[in-house]
Design a protein around this ligand. Structure first.
Ligand code: ATP
Ligand code: MG
Length: 336
């Protein structure tokens, strides 16, 4: 069968084809006959352009006579092979002319360098040799299809897992917001954090040995400037201290910063670049007293949540950011 028109991409049998390009003599017809006789699907291409078009549509093997590998067609073939997906390494069989002509030999050397995985068959060859080589190449190609299928399956599973994980995150976020009366906002990305209030204090480095006093002091000063009553600023610095301690103890250090507006609100940001809190441990870490991975009391996060009006938590393998926001006036009492 000869083709030079576009093939239907939907046809799975395209992937089993041996594409033949042998422009001189009866080589193409004879090869096609021999392969068809062995039950292989052979397709003769009129020129290199047609062969490249067909192999892009789907093919198992390319069988090419060396005289078809002049520089321009070779370049076309190389470009088509370079566009293959990562799992694909189309087997190419080159029918050589016995190596008598120096120009043909030079072309062949160039082709081999350019094409990667090739098999050479020297003409004149027996039908059985050609069929055997094509079958072996088809076998190799089918193993590549298996790899492709595994990769696609893997990708599908990965997407499914990712979707499940996202669903779980949304569920967890809603549960955490609900049981904390809307105070805890679990963030998925930096964009979910609140905008920092306009007036920013200095960044305060936090470590196991320093920074805590400075952060507490900065938070207290900002809160007093906003007219906070004692209980309100004391609660804020309690939460800020716990977040700063967590950055120091669980992440080896971080950075704190106090922001305020002119609207009676103060924010304390504490960031670190540690390993974050594992999503499975988040509900216990955030809500229950006594959960700790550091042999400590495991009270800190719960205390933060009880001390401030709003708390945003962004945590993952790149680190943890806690934003605590406190209003000058306490929230009105909740009636059930
Ligand atoms: N910044 C953080 N980075 C990594 N893990 C954290 C961070 N903050 C909290 N965690 C995890 O959450 C757990 C609970 O934190 P929480 O502050 O409630 O208790 P703790 O720090 O272990 O003990 P305590 O605060 O009572 O001294 C920690 O043990 C730790 O596993
Ligand atoms: Mg703690």
């Amino acid at each position: 069968m000869e083709t030079d028109g576009p093939a239907s991409v939907d046809d799975a049998s395209l992937n089993e084809r041996v594409l033949i390009l042998a422009p001189t003599g009866r080589d193409a017809a004879l090869a096609s006959e021999a392969l068809a006789g062995a039950g292989l699907s052979a397709e003769v291409c009129a020129d290199m352009e047609a062969l490249c078009r067909e192999l892009t549509a789907g093919a198992a093997v390319a069988l090419i006579a060396s005289e078809a590998l002049a520089p321009e067609p070779l370049r076309l073939l190389q470009a088509a092979l370079a566009r293959q997906p990562p799992w694909s390494d189309l087997p190419v069989i080159i029918l050589t002319s016995g190596g008598r002509e120096p120009s043909a030999q030079g072309r062949l050397a160039g082709a081999l360098d350019a094409l990667g995985s090739t098999t050479l068959l020297e003409r004149r060859l027996r039908v059985a040799t050609l069929v055997h080589a094509a079958q072996a190449a088809l076998g190799a190609r089918r193993r590549q299809y298996e790899v492709r299928d595994h990769l696609e399956e893997h990708l599908r599973l990965e997407e499914k897992l990712q979707a499940e994980y996202q669903k779980q995150r949304v569920f967890l976020r809603d549960v955490l917001a609900s049981v904390t009366g809307g105070r805890l906002h679990l963030c998925d990305a930096g964009a979910d954090l609140p905008a920092p209030l306009p007036l920013s204090g200095e960044a305060i480095p936090l470590s196991q040995t320093g920074g805590l006093f400075e952060l507490r002091h900065a938070a207290k000063r900002a809160a007093l400037a906003e007219g906070f009553a004692d209980e309100r600023w004391q609660d804020l610095i309690t939460a800020a201290s716990e977040a700063a301690m967590n950055a120091a103890v669980h992440a080896g250090g971080g950075e704190g910063r106090v922001y305020k507006g002119r609207n009676g609100i103060v924010q304390v940001w504490v960031r670190d670049q540690g390993q974050g809190i594992n999503v499975e441990n988040l509900p216990r870490a955030a809500l229950s007293k006594g959960y700790t991975t550091a042999g400590s009391l495991g009270h800190g996060m719960k205390m933060m949540l009880e001390s401030v009006d709003r708390l945003w938590l962004l945590t993952g393998l790149e680190g943890t950011t806690v934003v605590m926001e406190q209003d000058r006036l306490p929230p009105p009492p909740q009636w059930c």
